[in-house]
Design a protein. Structure first.
Length: 367
């Protein structure tokens, strides 16, 4: 059995594809899996590290206005369709799965034209353009958020599964994680991360909050600033007189599953996979959506979680040290409210999403 997966450009499309691929291999160890991506996307660096072969096509995203770049993108799309045609002909896959990003458009579309079972996985509450187009050709759409269903008007069957997350997210207990990180079990733990590269606005607000929370006996903060921001952040902290041991600041958290296991509250952006991991662990959150995300999809994600009672949303333009400090202190001091949010987060969690998607996708081969 041969399966092609495609999703690229950003980690938000790549890691779900990898998680689904791993589940397919668990269910069918003999399955031959390959990925299709571009030489410009992050997939060129990420996919090979996981041991899967990667084939390249030439394709580019479209601007929303007519320009020379749009015409160039049109030419690349035609080239991408030709590349996809050749890959489909050579590989003869039994199944093709797309996880978003313009790179998956040509390969999923061409597979559908060849009558090969195809499906797509949409991570966000506001779907991307590529997936909305592909929904008219594929057999099935797997949703990360129920709210996305209204945007899919194609013939495909739509199924809410939640977003696929790494299996290691669920492997650590709170007690084990507290010991590994050297944290105080008597204190509430606030986990702060703006993603792998960090988030300047979150860092600037947390600087003020951490100085105010420094030395508190009831709370500890574990904050990943992002590698590029760490040196400047620590210099600024030093200028302000430093912080006590209950404020732990790192450039990057290399073991996020362990950090999630100790978190009583998270301050995060609202990327779909990060949110799925928070929900799977039942972690309440203060969400600051990235304001420049395509079609503002992060705010749609955040609002969906907030409407279920699992998060509080603070828009980037409203974020200050005073605002974030007030939010953190409110939840630390109101235990019952934090517990309600934890219950709501757990209800949203879909830790088995990857397995469900893999099984349902493989079932398309038999239909």
């Amino acid at each position: 059995m041969k399966v092609i997966l495609s999703g690229g450009g950003t980690g938000g499309h790549i890691y779900p594809a990898l998680t689904i691929a791993d589940q397919i291999k668990k269910l069918h160890p003999e399955a031959e899996i390959c990925f299709v991506g571009t030489k410009q996307g992050l997939e060129k660096d990420i996919i090979p590290r996981y041991g899967y072969p990667l084939k390249f096509i030439e394709v580019a995203g479209f601007k929303r206005s007519l320009s020379l770049d749009t015409l160039r993108s049109g030419v690349k799309l035609l080239s991408g369709l030709w590349d996809a045609y050749r890959i489909i002909g050579k590989e003869e896959p039994d199944l093709v799965i797309g996880t978003g990003g313009y790179v998956c458009g040509p390969i999923v579309f061409m597979a559908a034209l060849h009558g090969i079972p195809t499906c797509i996985q949409e991570q966000n509450a506001m779907p991307g353009v590529t997936n909305k187009i592909l929904s008219h050709y594929v057999k099935k759409v797997f949703l990360g958020y129920k709210e996305a269903k209204q945007f899919f008007k194609g013939k495909a069957e739509v199924q809410y599964t939640g977003n696929p997350i790494r299996s290691e997210i669920l492997e650590h207990t709170r007690a084990e994680a507290l010991q590994e990180l050297g944290l105080d079990p008597k204190k509430k733990t606030v986990l702060v991360s703006g993603g792998s590269r960090g988030a300047r606005s979150i860092n600037e607000a947390m600087l003020e909050a951490e100085i105010a929370l420094s030395g508190r006996h009831d709370v500890q903060v574990l904050h990943a600033t992002g590698d590029v921001n760490y040196k400047k952040y620590m210099e600024e902290i030093k200028k302000r007189g430093g912080v006590e041991d209950n404020i732990i600041i790192k450039p990057y958290l290399h073991n996020m599953p362990v950090a999630l296991a100790v978190a009583d509250l998270a301050v995060f952006r609202a990327g779909a996979i990060g949110l799925a991991e928070l929900m799977a662990k039942g972690v309440p959150s203060v969400l600051v959506p990235y304001p420049y995300a395509t079609a503002n999809h992060q705010e749609f994600n955040a609002r969906a979680v907030e409407s279920s009672g699992a998060a509080k949303v603070i828009l980037d333009k409203e974020l200050t040290g005073e605002v974030i400090l007030e939010a953190i202190e409110h939840f630390i001091l109101h235990e019952s409210e934090l517990q309600k949010m934890q219950t709501a987060a757990q209800a949203l969690g879909r830790p088995q999403a990857a397995e469900v998607i893999a099984r349902e996708a493989l079932a398309l081969i038999k239909k």
